[in-house]
Design a protein around this ligand. Structure first.
Ligand SMILES: [Fe+2]
Ligand SMILES: [Fe+2]
Length: 190
């Protein structure tokens, strides 16, 4: 399903495993932003017919956000400020203007963010059982949902304009491959 052209750097997983409290706070913000992003996509004329599906995604992301908040609370980790992700802003900065260009680019960026989340949650689900059973189960339980969001956003882009979506996916997969290699010293999901 996932067609990324570059692997997640090998240093990412150990850094995340060694900083789980900070990563959980980052994860809470990621789910919060995923919920607002689903709602933001509803501004595009090409997606007016999909508002119900986008609302469903927003609700699911808000539920994920709530689950992470409850985890933070149980573990006594304070919810605190978000750090910007250079990978996410690098993708978002390349969204073009123009009605159809913008919605297609925005959907593909969202799709890649969901796809990378799905991939990384799977890595965590596989790496965590010996370290933290509850978190392993938690991440394992999110993989399918983020995978569905990845596919839904990609299919929405394709249904608007298939050749243009294919062209832009090619561009974004190269951009993702370049950005994902750039070192990020802050322990975060993306
Ligand atoms: Fe989510
Ligand atoms: Fe998601």
């Amino acid at each position: 399903m996932l067609l990324f052209r570059e692997k997640v750097p090998p240093g990412w997983l150990p850094m995340v495993l060694n900083n789980l409290p900070a990563v959980l706070v980052d994860h809470a913000h990621l789910e919060r932003k995923a919920a607002t992003t689903a709602l933001n996509l509803e501004k595009y004329r090409d997606l007016y017919a999909r508002v119900g599906e986008l609302n469903a995604i927003a609700i699911e992301e808000l539920q994920h956000f709530q689950l992470v908040l409850e985890l933070l609370k149980r573990r006594g980790i304070p919810f605190s400020q978000p750090f910007p992700s250079p990978w996410i802003s690098g993708l978002m900065k390349s969204i073009r203007n123009g009605q159809r260009h913008q919605v297609i680019d925005h959907l593909i960026c969202c799709s890649l963010i969901e796809g990378r989340s799905c991939e990384k949650f799977q890595f965590l689900a596989e790496a965590l059982p010996g370290i933290d059973r509850e978190l392993a189960d938690f991440y394992s339980g999110l993989v399918e949902s983020e995978g569905n969001h990845y596919a839904t956003y990609w299919l929405m882009a394709r249904e608007i304009d298939e050749p243009e979506a294919d062209r832009r996916l090619d561009f974004y997969l190269d951009l993702d491959a370049k950005l994902v290699r750039e070192p990020n010293p802050i322990p975060m999901l993306h």
